[in-house]
Design a protein around this ligand. Structure first.
Ligand SMILES: N[C@@H](CCC(=O)N[C@@H](CS)C(=O)NCC(=O)O)C(=O)O
Length: 350
């Protein structure tokens, strides 16, 4: 299978749903850059390609030919149906398969609800404010959701005792599907989690996962590029951090490229996704990468703001580059993210 014709996975490094999908794809032997194209996205600016594939806009999404799989469990099953060398899905009795389904439903339903309301209490707190009454109510809700989540974890912990895995002596789909969420629960309050004596079997189960090669593999490159994928539907501009900050304060960005203004040049230099590596290498590679930002621009918003983009030849290059005639409308900037130099990013700037 070639990348380009093979499956594409839209993913987000930290997302527990995406982590479990990547765990299954990895065990099935589908590696990014070889059997699969990995597109790390930003949840703040989802690329049009992802939203066209699946309008609900969640990750992970796997696209293979005409097929779109936009639920993490379905991605896991799709991968394991191709190759399940460790028997995550196969070799279980009907009753065990039923128990697996029930555990996953409990995780994705009530446990995830309590986890979110414990971890992100303020997002779910309704009316927010600085007044003490609201803060006290939020704190009470947080404690309640933690207790409810711990009750679910207690049940799972008791299941682990006979063999160390949720269904006994070997890991199943349920273990791999739940582990990223229990990891997330612990991350919200590691000391608190580690201090619950009734959870000893679950703590050991999680610790083995945290120390194991499977999780490390899918949190590292190439499985988990930190830099979002560059969409061919977007345009890009490399900016100096200081100049971008000044522009935001002033409400207008008028730099053309490094050391030159819009007024001097007549347009702002932009790049397409495939031109970024070369543009960075030619003009910014000698700078501290922390001083360079990659601005992600939405051409639709540029057009709505009434500015013109023309594709024009750049001197010394056979390529046509997008040139923006007028100040950059700040509303068209979807993201301003620290640049990741190609040497650190593998595929991320290409
Ligand atoms: N049921 C979906 C849930 C996926 C999900 O909610 N992913 C989160 C990230 S962890 C997401 O994409 N949220 C959309 C957003 O934040 O805009 C699945 O299992 O794939």
């Amino acid at each position: 299978m070639d990348v380009g014709t093979g499956p594409i996975l839209y993913s987000f490094r930290r997302c527990p749903y995406a982590i479990r999908a990547r765990l299954a794809l990895a065990v099935a032997g589908l590696q990014p850059g070889r059997e699969l194209e990995l597109r790390e996205v930003s949840l703040q600016a989802k690329p049009p390609e992802l939203l066209t594939a699946s309008a609900k806009g969640t990750v992970p999404v796997l696209v293979h030919g005409d097929r779109v799989i936009d639920e993490s469990l379905d991605v896991m099953r799709w991968a394991l149906e191709r190759h399940d060398p460790q028997g995550w899905l196969s070799g279980w009795s009907v009753a065990e398969a039923g128990a697996m389904e029930a555990l996953i439903a409990e995780n994705d339903g009530p446990f995830k609800q309590h986890l979110d309301r414990f971890k992100y209490a303020s997002r779910f707190g309704g009316q927010r404010g600085n007044d003490g009454a609201d803060a006290a109510e939020l704190a009470r809700q947080r404690i309640r959701h933690r207790a409810e989540a711990l009750a679910v974890l207690g049940c799972w912990s008791r299941r682990l005792e006979p063999g160390g895995w949720l269904l006994g002596g070997r890991p199943s789909l349920a273990d791999w599907a739940l582990l990223p969420f229990v990891r997330q629960f612990r991350l919200a309050d590691p000391e608190g989690f580690d201090a619950v004596p009734q959870l000893a079997p679950l703590q050991a189960w999680l610790a083995r996962f945290l120390a194991g090669p499977e999780l490390a593999a899918v949190l590292e490159s190439p499985w988990a590029e930190r830099c979002p994928w560059h969409s061919p539907s977007w345009l890009y501009h490399l900016a100096l951090r200081q100049e971008w900050q000044a522009a935001k304060a002033a409400g207008t960005y008028c730099r053309s490229t490094r050391g030159q203004s819009l007024q001097e040049v007549g347009f702002i230099h932009l790049s397409t996704a495939h031109q970024l590596v070369a543009t960075y290498g030619r003009f910014y590679a000698d700078l501290n990468p922390a001083e360079v930002l990659l601005l992600v621009l939405d051409p639709v918003r540029l057009a709505e703001a009434g500015v013109t983009v023309r594709l024009e030849p750049a001197p010394g290059s056979g390529d046509l580059f997008p040139h923006l005639y007028g100040p950059l409308p700040l509303a068209a900037v979807l993201l301003a993210q620290p640049v990741v130099p190609p040497s650190q990013a593998r595929t991320s700037l290409s």
